[in-house]
Unconditional design. Structure first.
Lengths: 229, 292
């Protein structure tokens, strides 16, 4: 793997159970890159992301992400891969039985944080970043869809990951908050992380131009702003 | 959501937690009851066997000193639980009481012999031991004959054997039912959290980190369940000893401590193992299968 390539996919095929979703995908993403992953519903965007965070097994091809070999990764090492990634799920995947603070604390504790003071400091900072400063005590069901989305983003960013995989992170947000989140993600990519963001919101491209990858007819191709409008 | 609605939902959640504990406690109560029965079955069988006895009929010319000496020897031997010397006059009094007739006046003499009534140590209450004891006693010069009912010994032993087999069968059956019930209760409780388990995995928590709070909660449920079942058992024992005082043996502290320990250990181990495997199942399962 080229040391600059945080994500390196080489002729991989993506399967959902036994159904082939994407074939012969080759893709390299370097540090600092912000990449949009676009395509119609059901074209395999989420499946590709699932392969990247090892929720779907890689059966064909070779792939590495943040130094982990996705084809040969052992189950016991998957949590350590995910700790290097920040994942924003389309359906949020928040822990519904605990407050926002506890959701974020769970991630920190499960990834080795033990100093209470540092945990609280980070908690405050990240909630402020996503505009939820005074809502840490709330339960996920007490938040709107957009607010839950922001908690999911906060959770993804909390450990300063090398890669952020975001599956439609602005899908449930109003334009103003959307913009705030995009600023946040762009700043993360500038600070050295890779952001791979699946989205349908093409209006973002003009304001936040970046590399575009498109899932279409079982293939992944490089796109551009013009032919996606 | 209104406060009252929230309180109602919280109450419902607590009720479901409580229901799990009560299910566990009822199963453990049944297991405790069974342990009580098994541990006392031995005592009850010893009690019945200890009542099996035989009479050593003594010769007319047996002297009091010789009889006392024989009684002492018998008391010292392993197979004897207790002896009771009945002289001729006492034997006549007992028979007279049983018959309700003054047979001595009618006969003009006392035809009865003095005897030693012997109650056996439960371990020797069988026909084989009895015939050896009989042979030994018959060698004594003052012994006229040894009387016992062979049939009763056989019937008592046979019945105890049958009852033991039945108890053993039901114990095994109940044990299987108990394991299945506790396992099922805990699995249902973990099943309701399967998506949480998956979310925890997706954010990078290790299997051990996810499993720990579940197992801890499972063990606590087992302990609470065990404590409730012990309170129920104590209540039952108290009522039983008041209503049926003959069951005073149930108050044996040593046995009670053993049973309570069994209930607590079973509560902990069963809920521990059940939780461990229930969580393990959802840690290993593919996300797609969570929806089936």
């Amino acid at each position: 793997m080229d040391s600059e390539n945080i994500i390196d996919l080489n002729n991989i095929s993506v399967y959902q159970n036994k159904v082939l979703v994407l074939k012969e995908v080759s893709l390299k993403i370097n540090r600092n890159e912000f990449v949009y992953l676009i395509g119609k519903t059901g074209t395999g965007k989420s499946s590709l992301l699932k392969v990247l965070y090892a929720d779907l097994p890689l059966k064909e091809g070779e792939a590495t992400i943040v130094g982990f070999d996705l084809k040969r990764i052992k189950n016991k090492n998957i949590p350590f891969l995910r700790r290097k990634l920040g994942i924003v799920f389309q359906d949020f995947q928040l822990l519904t039985d605990r407050s926002v603070n506890d959701n974020l604390t769970f991630v920190m504790k499960s990834t080795g944080w033990s100093d209470k003071k540092k945990i609280n400091e980070r908690l405050e900072a990240i909630l402020e970043d996503v505009g939820l400063k005074n809502k840490g005590y709330k339960m996920p069901h007490q938040l709107s869809g957009g607010e839950q989305q922001r908690v999911a983003i906060a959770r993804a960013m909390i450990n300063h990951p090398e890669v952020i995989l975001a599956d439609e992170p602005t899908g449930n947000l109003d334009p103003e908050t959307s913009e705030g989140i995009m600023e946040l993600l762009f700043n993360i990519s500038k600070s050295g992380s890779v952001v791979l963001m699946a989205t349908h919101d093409y209006s973002l491209f003009s304001k936040y131009p970046a590399r575009i990858i498109k899932c279409e007819n079982g293939n992944v191709i490089e796109g551009n702003i013009e032919n996606n409008e | 959501m209104s406060d009252s609605q929230e309180r109602f939902n919280l109450r419902r959640l607590k009720t479901s937690y409580l229901t799990t504990i009560i299910s566990i406690s009822l199963v453990l109560f049944m297991l405790g009851l069974l342990s009580l029965l098994i541990l006392h079955a031995r005592k009850l069988s010893d009690y019945v066997k200890g009542n099996i006895g035989f009479s050593v009929i003594l010769k007319e010319n047996a002297k009091e000193v010789e009889i006392k000496e024989l009684q002492k020897k018998l008391d010292a031997s392993d197979f004897v639980k207790s002896t009771n010397y009945i002289n001729k006059d006492e034997a006549a009094r007992i028979l007279q009481k049983d018959l309700g007739e003054e047979f001595l006046n009618f006969l003009g003499y006392n035809p009865l012999s003095a005897s030693l009534d012997i109650h056996l140590n439960p371990n020797y209450a069988n026909n084989d031991s009895l015939s050896i004891i009989e042979q030994r006693l018959m060698k004594k010069t003052i012994v006229k004959e040894v009387v016992y009912q062979k049939n009763i010994v056989t019937i008592v032993n046979e019945n105890i054997r049958k009852i033991s087999i039945i108890i053993l069968f039901f114990s095994s059956l109940l044990m299987i039912i108990a394991i299945a019930l506790i396992n099922n209760t805990i699995r249902l409780s973990v099943y309701s959290k399967r998506f949480l388990i998956k979310s925890m995995q997706l954010v990078g928590a290790t299997q051990g980190f996810i499993r720990k709070p579940f197992v801890f909660k499972g063990i606590m449920q087992g302990i609470y369940g065990a404590l409730i079942s012990i309170i129920l058992l104590m209540g039952l024992i108290y009522i039983a000893s008041k209503e049926i005082p003959e069951l005073f043996v149930l108050k044996d502290i040593r046995i009670l401590l053993i049973i309570f320990s069994i209930v607590i250990v079973l509560g902990i181990i069963l809920s521990w193992i059940s939780t461990f495997f229930a969580v393990r199942k959802y840690l290993k399962i593919k996300t797609d299968y969570l929806y089936y």
